[in-house]
Design a binder for this molecule. Structure first.
Ligand code: NA7
Length: 554
């Protein structure tokens, strides 16, 4: 957490502003690589990071069982062949501690640490049209100016608590999966309640269940989850991928989701039930996020096709969970498969066969309030020694909205985004020159292997900055027309799919009052990259580029 200076009052009022070519907000996967590339360009750049260590998502999400759902050798930087060769991943899916070790290694190996300010949260960013510079203020009272500001603030970093009254009354232990402490937290012999059955709940529940005397899971919406099939990596397969890494990286970059997979060509409803079952079973056994949804072209487009995949997963739940009523409660029926982020698990459904685990269906009996000793639903009162909130995030816009970002006219980004975020390529906003977002709304981001999308955005932003400097430009600003046309395109492509039918965080539906807009871009990583490359090749079509002498005219 950020450290606010205590004792002597604000340290800063008379502290001189530090001046940079670029300030990067956030030291996760995106911020680290951005710093590395800007340094290569010769920029004086600095990362400001709220946490007291690097790692972003992987710094904060330390809950038991936290693991990436993209395979380790693919969920890693591609920019350094040496790094690729020397780092040894140990499991098919990397644990949070292993990824955090990797990111700390990257920060040290590329000597990034000396340009990272930790324990400092950027609270505001104000642009000045006349100088084409941003002024940033932090919660430690420091001020800095920069020509470029790059928000590497993450898509899932603004965590949220459930909107249930009385939280302050509850006297037991409280833990949010995305704000887990650094010390080991155990639940041995305790009565525990877990709220939330997204990825964080589904990964942590089996482990908490093994420790707790008694575990109650509060489920609002059941999720589709598939077995991860996690296992140690074999030396042979590691060597094989390391030998062919360049080709693999290229395949990642041109794939749909940053995870190379065969493109389906057939329609689910054209196949016989037996053919479908065999194909779904083979995909199920692969233990990954993309194979099942990728079995047929129409799964994310046609509700009837989707239902065949959804019912296949429900049959798996029924096969594992002994009590038919519990199996049915765990079976998703209110949204199409794939339109909320599916999960990968290790023993999730079987956990509900344990005598110490109970499932509460919040659709039947909603949460009413916290009490001093636990929780009350419309049907019963529960007492807990510890409550775990696996209640997710204000996704994609939450971390940006938390910073008071204002343009030269004093207009805030949040006020421009009241009806939903507006970006060009998820990377820049009209009216906010020299401000960039890595994997912002309107880019493939959370629908893809984040590392692939992060590298693409970071490289694109770096190329744009290099172009500006080479050609003597002081500022780049997206035109209103380019932004409008991209926002329209993102919405149109989204509306061709089943995604808008789900109350998901992709739609902003998990945050009361948030506009219902499909936030990521579903056009695919490869196609998106191509579009970005075309924009760059055209001399940054869609941007107005200004030289220093033209700034006053703005
Ligand atoms: P998610 O996937 O947003 O899951 C949050 C869960 O918490 C989900 O089951 C929510 O139910 C539930 N929730 C949220 N608010 C409430 C309230 N007020 N009452 C009851 N239940 C609630 O977050 P995760 O951290 O698990 O995963 C985020 C992403 O990280 C994941 O998708 C991967 O990309 C990695 P709901 O479904 O909204 O009804």
């Amino acid at each position: 957490m950020s450290q606010v200076p205590d004792g002597d009052g604000p340290v800063t009022e008379n502290r001189a502003a530090e001046n940079y070519d670029a300030v990067i907000v956030g030291a996760g996967l995106a911020g680290l690589y951005q710093l590395y590339l800007l340094r290569q360009l010769g920029l004086h750049a600095r990362i400001i990071e709220a946490a007291d260590g690097v790692g972003g998502t992987w710094f904060w999400n330390r809950y038991p069982g936290a693991r990436c759902d993209v395979q380790s050798m693919s969920y890693s930087y591609s920019f350094s062949p040496e790094l690729e060769q020397e780092w040894e991943w140990t499991e098919k899916y990397p644990t949070q501690p292993e990824i955090l070790r990797y990111l700390n290694h990257v920060a040290e190996r590329f000597d990034l640490t000396r340009d990272i300010t930790l324990s400092t949260r950027v609270v505001s960013a104000q642009y000045d049209d006349a100088t084409a510079r941003w002024t940033l203020r932090t919660d430690t009272g420091s001020t800095m100016t920069a020509q470029f500001v790059i928000m590497a603030t993450g898509c899932l970093s603004a965590s949220k608590l459930p909107e249930i009254p009385g939280l302050e009354r509850y006297r037991g232990r409280k833990h949010h999966t995305a704000r887990w402490g650094k010390e080991e937290i155990r639940f041995d012999g305790l009565r525990v309640g877990v709220i939330g059955t997204g990825s964080s709940g589904i990964q942590s529940i089996p482990i908490i269940a093994e420790q707790a005397a008694d575990l109650t899971v509060f489920q609002r919406t059941p999720n589709f989850s598939m077995p991860a099939g996690n296992r140690p990596l074999e030396p042979g397969e590691v060597a094989e991928l390391k030998a062919s890494y360049r080709g693999w990286r290229e395949a990642q970059r041109t794939s749909r989701a940053g995870i190379p997979a065969p493109e389906a060509t057939e329609f689910a409803l054209a196949a016989s039930p037996g053919e479908r079952a065999a194909r779904y079973q083979a995909a199920w056994e692969k233990g990954d996020l993309v194979s099942l949804g990728g079995c047929y072209v129409d799964i994310l487009i046609d509700p009837a096709a989707n239902e065949t995949a959804a019912e296949f997963i429900r049959s798996k739940i029924r096969a594992v969970v002994h009590d038919p009523e519990t199996a049915e409660t765990l079976s998703p029926r209110t949204f199409p498969f794939g339109t909320k982020r599916p999960c990968l698990d290790t023993g999730y459904y079987a956990t509900f066969n344990r005598p110490n685990v109970h499932l509460v269906d919040l659709r039947m009996t909603p949460l009413i309030e916290f009490t001093e000793s636990g929780l009350r639903t419309s049907a019963a009162e529960y007492e807990f020694d510890a409550v775990v909130f696996a209640t997710g995030f204000d996704a994609m816009t939450g971390a940006l909205a938390a910073i008071d970002i204002r343009n030269g006219n004093g207009l805030s980004l949040s006020s421009v985004w009241t009806a939903g975020p507006r970006t060009y390529l998820g990377v820049a906003m009209a009216g906010f020159p020299n401000l960039f977002t890595i994997t912002g709304p309107g880019s493939p981001s959370v629908l893809s292997n984040m590392v692939v999308s992060i590298e693409q955005h970071v490289e694109w932003i770096s190329d744009l900055i290099a172009y500006l400097r080479e050609h003597g430009y002081a500022a780049a600003e997206v035109t209103a027309e380019a932004e409008e046309s991209w926002v329209t395109h993102v919405a149109e492509v989204g509306s061709l799919t089943l995604f808008p039918r789900a109350n998901s965080w992709y739609m902003g539906a998990n945050v009361p009052g948030k506009p219902r807009v499909f936030l990521p871009y579903i056009g695919g990583v490869g196609a998106f990259r191509q579009k970005c490359e075309e924009v760059a090749a055209s001399g940054y079509e869609g941007f107005t580029l200004r030289r220093a002498g033209e700034l006053a005219a703005v």
